[in-house]
Design a protein around this ligand. Structure first.
Ligand SMILES: Nc1ncnc2c1ncn2[C@@H]1O[C@H](COP(=O)(O)OP(=O)(O)OP(=O)(O)O)[C@@H](O)[C@H]1O
Length: 373
């Protein structure tokens, strides 16, 4: 898919902007604090209805204004789809084909994006919550069922945790409601776990190939899904449900004592193994970087496999973080395949040689100027 046109109104430091993008590599060049990341953030938000760097939508509205909007036209194999997001201080609205969507979940999946920023290194090094968020953000774009199941799970988890605390502090005594909540939580938890296993298996297939190439045929990458339920290729959702439910039944007193849910996908993690070593604990910076890059690039192919369309790739100032070998792999992997938006303060020599026909935009104080070829 291709984002052919983007319009911003009072979005961060952009007042009124209409821009037409090229299908290939769009390079956004500008000095610091001119609006490069804001531009990628706008495209990301148009895709997922939320920013990648703040959970507070109000921050997206220009400081002098009360509302903001992002709209765009996405060209897909099936035709053009106009998308629009409006932010006010009281909430947001999302429209597809000019029709307002009752639920944001119905909107997500229209425009798929993969964002790669320097902080994505924390995918390997950071806390498990980073990797769970990664799974949720990426798999939700590929499957509306996953998006729904994960969101139901989160809602039920909040309710169950609250109830466990009330039982702990003697504000509630009835364990029947806990049984009902456990049953529902196990049902959605099982869906999430089986889907994560399935998606990670596919992701590994692509990521291992890429990692092998980038490491100059030295390293084998394996993604191990760490979850409390035994799950393999043959595991059904029903089996995972019974196993999770049993964990809740067997540990009811412990969970009340802790006042929180101790079992389920909210405790999942991914372990990145390179040549059978856990790269998080034993990997060099370079190996961790290669792993993060391979996984991100693998998502491009996974999304194409799952949705039939390539996503957009947003690269926020990452070239400067990569050595020439990794830059070359990145740029050759995406060339002629994926519409890319790449921000930088200046293009490296490697990048200049490798990007065949870049479309260059200069960003200055919230305005964009296309450089003539
Ligand atoms: N809500 C807002 N309203 C108006 N301006 C904003 C708002 N939020 C951020 N800005 C401005 O946007 C600019 C930052 O833009 P952005 O983060 O896109 O920078 P950048 O070009 O990516 O810079 P760097 O290369 O340093 O990352 C700053 O000047 C900041 O003051």
């Amino acid at each position: 898919m291709i984002l052919t046109e983007l319009r911003l109104h009072n979005f961060r430091n952009y007042q009124d902007l209409t821009v037409h993008f090229a299908p290939g590599i769009n390079v956004l060049i500008g000095r610091n604090a001119q609006g490069k990341t804001n531009m990628l953030e706008a495209i990301y938000a148009l895709s997922l209805t939320r920013s990648h760097r703040t959970s507070n939508d109000r921050e997206l509205i220009n400081w002098q204004q009360q509302s903001a909007s992002i709209s765009g036209v996405v060209q897909k194999a099936t035709g053009k789809v106009p998308l629009e997001l409006q932010f006010t201080k009281n909430g947001k609205k999302a429209k597809v084909n000019h029709l307002e969507q009752a639920r944001l979940g119905q909107y997500i999946g229209q425009l798929n994006t993969i964002l790669f920023a320097p902080e994505d290194l924390s995918l390997v090094k950071g806390a498990p919550a980073v990797r769970r968020r990664f799974m949720d953000m990426e798999f939700s774009q590929m499957s509306s069922k996953y998006l729904y199941d994960a969101s139901q799970f989160r809602t039920l988890l909040r309710q169950r945790n609250k109830y466990l605390k009330q039982l702990k502090y003697g504000q509630q005594h009835d364990r029947v409601l806990l049984t009902v909540l456990s049953d529902q939580l196990a049902a959605y938890g099982a869906e999430v776990i089986v889907a994560r296993h399935h998606f990670l298996q596919h992701l590994e297939k692509w990521a291992a190939d890429l990692h092998y190439q980038i490491s100059l045929n030295q390293e084998h990458l394996h993604l191990a899904y760490v979850t409390q339920v035994k799950v393999g290729d043959e595991t059904t959702v029903d089996q995972a449900y019974h196993e999770l439910l049993k964990l809740y039944q067997d540990n009811q007193d412990r969970e009340i004592d802790q006042g929180t849910t101790m079992y389920g996908p909210q405790r999942d993690d991914i372990r990145f193994m390179v040549n059978d070593k856990n790269i998080q604990a034993f990997g060099s910076q370079g190996q961790q970087r290669t792993t993060a890059l391979s996984v991100k690039l693998a998502e491009i192919d996974l999304m194409k496999e799952q949705t039939g369309e390539y996503p957009l790739l947003l690269l926020d100032d990452v070239l400067s973080e990569l050595d020439p070998v990794r830059q070359t792999h990145l740029l050759t992997a995406i060339q002629d395949k994926v519409q890319t938006f790449l921000t930088t303060t200046s293009l490296s020599d490697v990048a200049r040689q490798l990007i065949k026909k870049p479309t260059i935009f200069e960003i200055k104080h919230g305005t964009l100027n296309k450089e003539e070829a």
